[in-house]
Design a protein around this ligand. Sequence first.
Ligand SMILES: [Zn+2]
Length: 104
Amino acid sequence: MNCPFCEVEHAVTVPQINLNGTHPQDLREEVLRALEAVRDAEKALLDACPNGRDYQGLSGAAAIALSQHSHRLDAIERIKRELDEILGHIQAVIDHREAQRTPA
Ligand SMILES: [Zn+2]
């Protein structure tokens, strides 16, 4: 079912912003902080890319380590996509509420 705010079907479960829930600005701030932390983790992970010189004498180990590293980067990418989608939803709800409040 399409989200009425984003007009897409979300791939992740997004928060249902309501009066009894967390304030949308706080939700947005939390997700933004998480996204920043994941981007920092991605940079650190890129720096930690396996180097062949550290796998000398282990047949095929460097290639396996690189492949596993690539899977870790994919996981980070998936987390970033999900957080981006959640953030976009929260922002769409905030924008919708602002538009409702502003007299035409
Ligand atoms: Zn949405």
